[in-house]
Write a protein that binds this ligand. Structure first.
Ligand code: ADP
Ligand code: ZN
Length: 724
């Protein structure tokens, strides 16, 4: 035996704890090393972290079971995790969990060969559902996939995979991490306009200088922001460093990937919730080993173990989906800025409708603002008009006004396409009894059930509870008395079928699109012109580029303005702009019709006049007045308990021990607008403080001064986006 020296190390585990545990390892390993260790009766993945606590006597010390072959987690990423834990007031181990989400990726793969799709699909062979699943798994993979992973991701047997190989569907190939060869990223982009070139050069320069001061890349939809940051991606790859592009999950569709591939010759690695396990494992390992050069992903990609990150792009930076609301509550856009600073990476935030936070950062010079003034080429911004529903009231049981119906009809006559946008899933948001007036609510939440006629159910959008659509009223027992109130997209679909019987509309929502394959198929159908009317929620509002789509109808432009949400106006403005941005993206002129009961509302006025800057200015003034973000800081506390009286008692107890501090105000406890979810009652506190002072220490002191009853849970939300 060699005389290697055993050592004691501290290991951080991906559990909701901040502390580390000591283990013995048979040779000294550097901090950041990925290891597997016994914990209780289980084996866990962890990371060597800080110095040993020395708590456990040598005789009881357990052994590290495995040391990963991957390079250790960099000090920069470890620092980031610590920073996020302290900012978000979350246990360090919970933050680590986001950074090692695929525990089995730490150790090397066994299989050396895998399968990819054959160049030609064999003719006449049967395509069973199982075989289709295999094809779908491989179609989404950038490189060969191990047989065991295909079995797991497609839920098929080994025999199915082997038979498909023999039948000629699949080809064998050595397994390799995805790489972009030197030649492929040399592919030149289009000739840029002067404004585009200036913007691209600025970001490229920051990549080269490792300058992580954020850049805001603004400009209307279609102005070429993507082309501009592609230049920076190319420059970063040329310098041999890795790139991370963050996108909201629903914008991360096949069109974006195809566009990237057309420019760079290879698809980037993808990272989001729908990516199958095998691909996640390969991507995570490839990123850690430095062999995956580009990742495009949703917010969770922020914690991937890049050893040499040169550029982060946060596209659609204003999008609320960057805020994670469960577990560790954090905003990936803000944390991306922190990661870039720690990595010495350049960072660009792109948006046609920047968030007020980013806008103010740019105004005050913390972010460098670049703006692309116009749509590229001959494409012009669409004409935007309000349809005043007080004048053009749709007939009973209809939701589309005369002017909107006419506009859609004339688009169809010109062989163009229309999009009808309504940000509401299902058939109807409310079911009411005509006899007793009763409404059907969720048994576990303080919400009304939403009818999904397609599936014949009433469903709760908060807990997933569903019941068959009842035939008699559950309250009064009268039959055939229940009526659907208000429209969801399914109801708009029914109206379109009634009005345009020759057209087969498509519906794009999270209910109808089960995964990327469904989206890809719908996108193809739009591109081929087979789908002529698209009806959708915000899923249809983002990112897509359909050259023949010329009419966009916003069924209910006022939706979203109600409620007491701090960002209601800002969000409505952003969403309307996104939707409008789908119209007339190529050489055909687009037209946007917004149905509204309140055309004089400031948000509608700003939108109608295309006055984004004016709107932001007005919002900024109002927020500054109210000392709301970004001119003040907020921390929300959400208390929940199954027992309402325990919740109320604890809320009062907490209110009694609010520590006095100059400039800090505490509001609450107040019953939350969503008073109950999944059987738990909810109450809220809101802490407001000055912008130049963090509130975390204050909140820690406050919460540290009470004993929290076992029945009560407290969620701390720093920089809250949701006020429900
Ligand atoms: P944005 O990201 O701002 O919405 P895109 O980068 O998607 O804009 O550009 C809109 C369309 O215009 C795309 O089809 C893009 O390829 C094209 N485009 C933008 N700039 C140029 C250019 N300089 N040369 C050729 N095509 C361009
Ligand atoms: Zn519910």
């Amino acid at each position: 035996m060699s005389a290697r020296q055993a050592a004691r190390v501290a290991v951080l585990l991906p559990r909701p704890l901040s502390r580390t545990f000591d283990y013995r390892v048979d040779r000294p390993v550097p901090a950041g090393t990925y290891v597997s260790v016994p914990f209780g009766k289980r084996i866990e993945a962890g990371v060597v972290w800080g110095s040993a606590t020395g708590e456990v006597p040598e005789s009881q010390l357990r052994n590290v079971l495995g040391v990963s072959d991957l390079p250790p987690m960099t000090p920069r990423l470890r620092e980031l995790l610590g920073w996020v834990a302290s900012y978000a007031m979350a246990p360090l181990g919970s933050v680590l969990k986001m950074a090692i989400p695929v525990a089995d990726a730490l150790m090397p793969a066994r299989a050396a060969t895998g399968y990819r799709l054959a160049e030609l699909r064999p003719e006449g062979a049967r395509l069973t559902p199982a075989r289709q699943r295999v094809l779908a798994v491989l179609a989404g993979a950038g490189s060969a996939v191990a047989g065991s992973e295909i079995q797991r991701d497609a839920r098929v047997s080994a025999a199915t995979v082997q038979r498909m190989h023999r039948a000629g569907f699949l080809a064998l190939e050595p397994l390799a991490a995805a790489t972009l060869s030197g030649a492929s990223h040399a592919g030149a982009g289009p000739d840029l306009s002067a404004a585009q070139r200036h913007a691209a050069e600025t970001i490229v320069q920051r990549v080269q200088a490792r300058d992580s001061r954020p850049v805001l890349l603004g400009g209307v939809t279609g102005s070429g922001k993507t082309e501009v940051y592609f230049e920076a991606v190319a420059a970063c790859l040329a310098s041999g460093r890795q790139v991370l592009v963050l996108l909201p999950e629903i914008a991360l569709g096949p069109q974006w990937l195809a566009r990237f591939e057309a420019r760079f010759g290879t698809a980037p690695a993808r990272w989001h919730s729908a990516v199958p396990g095998g691909e996640r494992r390969r991507t995570w390992r490839g990123v850690a080993a430095g062999t995956v050069p580009v990742v495009v992903g949703a917010r969770s990609a922020l914690f991937l173990p890049f050893p040499s990150l040169g550029l982060i792009v946060v596209d659609e930076e204003h999008d609320a989906s960057y805020k994670q609301e469960d577990g560790v509550i954090y905003n990936a856009r803000d944390m991306a800025v922190v990661r870039a600073a720690k990595e010495g990476a350049a960072i660009a935030l792109a948006s046609a409708t920047p968030s007020l936070e980013t806008h103010v950062n740019a105004l005050e010079g913390r972010y460098h603002a670049l703006a692309l003034p116009r749509r590229y080429g001959d494409a012009e911004l669409p004409d935007i008009e309000a349809v005043d529903l007080r004048e053009h009231r749709p007939e009973a049981g209809s939701w589309l006004s005369g002017p909107l119906v006419d506009a859609v009809a004339s688009a169809l006559e010109r062989d163009e396409q229309a999009l009808l946008f309504l940000n509401r899933r299902g058939y109807a948001p409310l079911t009411v009894c005509r006899t007793c007036g009763g409404r059907i609510g969720c048994t576990a939440c303080s919400t009304w059930l939403v009818e999904h006629r397609r599936n014949g159910v009433l469903a709760c959008h908060h807990c997933g509870h569903r019941i068959p659509v009842p035939e008699v009223c559950p309250t009064c027992g009268v039959a055939d008395s229940l009526t659907a109130c208000g429209p969801g997209v399914e109801r708009i679909e029914a109206e379109v079928r009634r009005r345009f019987p020759a057209v087969d509309p498509a519906v794009m929502t999270s209910d109808t699109m089960r995964g990327p394959a469904d989206v890809a198929q719908l996108v193809r159908s739009m591109e081929a012109g087979a789908t002529r009317i698209l009806i959708g929620t915000q899923m249809a509002a983002k990112g897509h580029h359909f050259p023949r789509l010329t009419v966009v109808g916003v069924v209910d432009a006022d939706l979203g303005l109600g409620g007491a949400d701090l960002r209601a106006g800002e969000r409505t403005y952003q969403l309307l702009t996104q939707v409008a941005g789908r119209a007339g993206r190529a050489d055909l002129r687009g037209r946007v019709l917004m149905q509204t009961w309140e055309p004089e509302h400031p948000v509608m006025q700003a939108f109608l006049c295309g006055d984004g800057p004016g709107f932001l200015q007005m919002e900024a003034a109002a927020r500054a007045d109210a000392r709301m973000p970004p001119f003040g800081r907020l921390v929300a506390l959400v208390l929940t308990a199954r027992d309402q009286s325990i919740l109320e008692r604890f809320g009062r107890a907490l209110a009694r021990v609010v520590p006095p501090q100059e400039g800090v105000e505490v509001f609450g406890p107040a019953p939350a607008p969503l008073g109950r979810i999944r059987g738990r009652y909810r109450a809220r506190f809101l802490v407001r403080g000055p912008r130049d002072r963090r509130l975390q220490a204050y909140v820690r002191t406050w919460l540290g001064s009470v004993r929290v009853p076992a029945q009560v849970r407290i969620k701390v939300d720093v920089d809250p986006y949701s006020f429900l």
